[in-house]
Write a protein that binds this ligand. Structure first.
Ligand code: EPZ
Length: 433
């Protein structure tokens, strides 16, 4: 079984190039099957979740051509309406499989997709997706672990989302883009990947306005055409390395980013005492030679503080001077890493959706387990900040969303290795003393 082993205590310094956004890619890849033409998609991260999505597209008869590690050509021409069933053990593991619902429903007016899995970070209902599809004229049923959405014809509708949902906004936007007439989505999510998926749909001929605001207006079109598109940089991968600079007392420049997408993270790190330099397409976080101080964080939909950065900030705040409070208002089950971090010496008390963190001077290395994607990445950073050796198990979660994580960390000076046997673990410990 693969695990990370590391010896912490070194400030991470240098530059790291950020890849394409995983969560934008998942929407874009699904949307690519909506044209009978060809889509060339660049800057796609080569991570487990995107590879599962590509597998799902092939599973329904789509043609996927890997041009290089980060470029893929997709054609949905050979998908037929009768074959719009997305199932399989692999597809149940990723949440974003449900984007194929919106994409296939929009194009073929029929989609049957296995109920989504994904990280266990909360109950994750899909009522808003169903509400949106139903308003567009689809009949939606759930049974035998599958969601079925079928329509004679999709028509535009005025839809008010009861909760701000990234997934429901993207799904309904995709289906509405090929519906008859006009759709308005109110209380839409505004995350950068909503804008990216809308831009991609527009590049195929859709008519979507207002993505990135609360109100998205869609004028349905009959069909889409070929497109060439590059995915935006990953806000959360960038934020994770920014937190790594802060937690290890290092100095990291994240390159190939959109600094505006990182504002909430930059602002919190500055409040804690980091020096932040923003450039056109990079951000530098300098946390050398100082003890960071406590702050308060509440996760909120964009442009608020992202829930996907909550664990990385918690492991940083747990080393800062004073008492910090983190309120998680998006997913109720996102403090599962706290028990592991406590084993490394952190002092965190969780009450409901709030974590009260009393800063400690240092962590000590331990054998820990990644509970989900972002918490897993956060625990690796904790290990790199800790005194002594740490191993992190269940790294398949981390590999869902971080490409060559250990290599990027090594390039910043981290003593970390991916090992797959006790022998290689011992070898690492002998080499890195
Ligand atoms: C997306 O999940 C991301 N996943 C998540 O990233 C991210 O944490 C989340 O958005 C919030 O930013 C992908 O893009 C693939 P939501 P999603 O629908 O779409 C409630 C990561 O680490 N809700 O915006 O599933 C829901 O329970 C992952 O990369 C309903 O009540 O999130 C939650 O409280 C993890 N009914 C809130 O809305 C619905 O129908 C936001 O969820 C849908 C959602």
């Amino acid at each position: 079984m693969e695990q990370y082993v590391m010896k912490g205590g070194r400030p991470l310094c240098g530059e790291v190039v950020i890849g394409g956004a995983k969560n934008a890619s998942l929407g874009v890849l699904a949307a690519a099957v909506m044209t009978d033409g060809e889509c060339l998609i660049e800057n796609m991260p080569d991570v487990r979740d995107t590879n599962v999505m590509l597998q799902a597209i092939e599973g329904i008869g789509g043609v996927v051509e890997r041009i290089d590690e980060h470029t893929v050509k997709i054609s949905g021409r050979s998908i037929c309406r009768e074959n719009t069933v997305v199932d399989g053990e692999y597809i149940r593991k990723i949440r974003a499989s449900y984007y194929l619902l919106g994409a296939l429903l929009g194009k073929y007016k029929r989609a049957i997709v296995a109920l989504p899995g994904g990280c266990d970070i909360g109950s994750r209902p899909i009522d808003q997706h169903i509400k949106g599809f139903t308003a567009l004229g689809a009949k939606v049923d759930i049974g035998h672990g599958m969601i079925t959405a079928v329509a004679e014809n999709l028509h535009g509708a005025h839809i008010y989302m009861d909760v701000v949902s990234v997934g429901a906004t993207i799904n309904v936007m995709m289906a509405a883009a090929l519906a008859d007439g006009n759709t308005i989505i109110e209380n839409a999510a505004k995350e950068p990947h909503i804008v990216d998926v809308a831009n991609f749909l527009n590049s195929m001929g859709a008519n979507i306005k207002g993505a990135g605001t609360d109100v998205i207006r869609i004028r349905g079109v009959e069909q889409f055409h070929d497109s060439e598109y590059a995915i935006i940089p990953d806000q959360i991968e960038a934020g994770t390395f920014m937190a790594a600079a802060a937690a290890t007392g290092g100095d990291i420049t994240v390159k190939n980013v959109i600094p505006k997408h990182l504002e909430a993270i930059s602002a919190k790190l500055a409040e804690m005492g980091c020096t932040i330099h923003e450039y056109d397409d990079s951000v530098r976080v300098d946390a050398r030679n100082r003890r960071l101080t406590s702050t308060q964080i509440k996760t909120l939909p964009y442009p608020g503080f992202p829930t996907d950065m909550q664990p990385q900030m918690a492991i940083t705040l747990a080393l800062a001077e004073g008492t910090s409070v983190i309120t998680e208002s998006i997913f109720e089950n996102r403090f599962k890493y706290v028990d592991e971090l406590t084993r490394m010496g952190a002092k965190i008390q969780v009450e409901g959706n709030t974590a009260i963190i009393t800063g400690v001077e240092k962590y000590t290395g331990a054998d820990i387990v990644a509970p989900d994607l972002r918490a897993g990445a956060a625990l690796v950073i904790a290990g790199l900040a800790a005194e002594g050796y740490t191993t992190v198990d269940s790294i398949q979660y981390i590999q869902r969303g971080y490409e060559r994580f250990e290599e990027k960390l090594q390039a910043l000076g981290a003593n970390i290795s991916l090992v797959d046997s006790d022998r290689s673990l011992q070898k690492f410990k002998l080499q890195v003393v």
